[in-house]
Design a binder for this molecule. Structure first.
Ligand code: HSE
Length: 313
């Protein structure tokens, strides 16, 4: 066991739900990532620190931290009985809707697996990542964890996240992403959702999800339209947590975006565009709409990260 080397991995931010794909559709981004560094120790306990240069610092109790829970899960699966020092560099702010807790969990699992000799394949780390992410989100849904780990656009079964498929990524799929400076905690944004859904609403929802997946799978961004990306079950309720939601969406659509939705539980939002130039223009429009509400924001034009989490130096 190498107890001298620091093993490091990074995992990207992700967008989940993609409109009508609540808990079952997600994609990885290039724009933001978390990095976790792991150094094995003789003492059988786990210590968590946050790199002060990061965007955020969270809990250092190893049982309450997504990265360390994930690291400890990999240790258990691997039969490792020592401990580790875990340093987290947050590039993704918590409560952003960009898969912050998933990215830390994924980077932690990958770094720990490297520290233990890299015996597990990425696929074998999914359970550990889900265990880590659920500490914060309160659920094992996989639509952030799996894209962040594996890269690409992923359709996942919420009840059994080990069942998932990567979908082909259209070459001209560009994304405008806005992160308003508001915090929305995932477990709160889940607690306000309905437990029961009207049958007609559910069938419209299922049709839109099918059309969206078909459009992506056919690599035809032109078939992704505002209606195809609409969700009438989850998003209208969550939109109440973000005052500029409707104005940001209108700004994106009038600027040429094919569709626009919350990223995960928000407050981040994203718009689907068919060129990098349009995505860049749309992101600027979204930021202007947000600023009219007196809310600052970060924007990016981005594309799908097909690689997912990787080892770093
Ligand atoms: N699918 C989850 C949700 C992701 O919408 O609650 C949380 O970011």
């Amino acid at each position: 066991m190498d107890k001298k080397t620091v093993f490091s991995a990074k995992a990207p931010a992700s967008i989940s739900n993609l409109g009508p794909g609540f808990d079952c559709l997600g994609l990885a981004l290039h724009g933001w990532h978390d990095t976790v560094r792991v150094k094995l120790t003789d003492a059988p306990d786990y210590q968590v620190t946050f790199n002060p240069a990061g965007a955020w610092s969270g809990p250092t109790n190893p049982k309450a931290n997504t990265a360390s829970v994930s690291v400890m899960h990999v240790a258990e699966v691997s039969g490792y009985e020592g401990g580790a020092h875990i340093e987290i560099h947050k590039g993704i702010h918590a409560g952003s809707g960009l898969g912050s807790s998933a990215a830390s969990a994924v980077a932690g699992a990958l770094a720990m697996n490297l520290a233990l000799g890299g015996r597990l394949a990425k696929h074998d780390l999914i359970d550990s990542c889900l265990a880590g992410e659920s500490v914060v989100s309160g659920a094992k849904h996989g639509d952030n964890v799996i894209p962040s780990l594996m890269g690409g656009i992923v359709l996942v079964e919420p009840g059994n996240p080990l069942v998932f498929r990567r979908i082909a990524v259209p070459g001209n799929l560009h994304l405008a992403v806005i992160l308003p400076s508001i915090e929305v905690l995932t477990h709160q944004a889940r607690s306000i959702l309905p437990h029961h859904v009207d049958l007609h609403v559910a069938s419209v929802w299922a049709s839109r999800l099918g059309q969206l997946v078909d459009a992506i799978h056919s690599e035809d961004v032109s078939r992704i339209g505002h209606l195809v990306m609409s969700d009438e079950i989850v998003e209208p309720i969550r939109a109440t947590l973000l005052a500029p939601y409707h104005d940001i969406k209108m700004a994106a659509l009038s600027g040429g975006a094919k569709g626009c939705a919350l990223s995960g539980s928000g407050p981040a939002m994203f718009a689907v565009c068919d060129s990098a130039q349009i995505a860049s223009d749309v992101a600027t429009r979204m930021q202007l709409a947000c600023s009219k509400h007196g809310i600052k924001s970060l924007i990016r034009s981005d594309s799908v990260n097909q690689t997912g989490a990787t080892k770093t130096d």
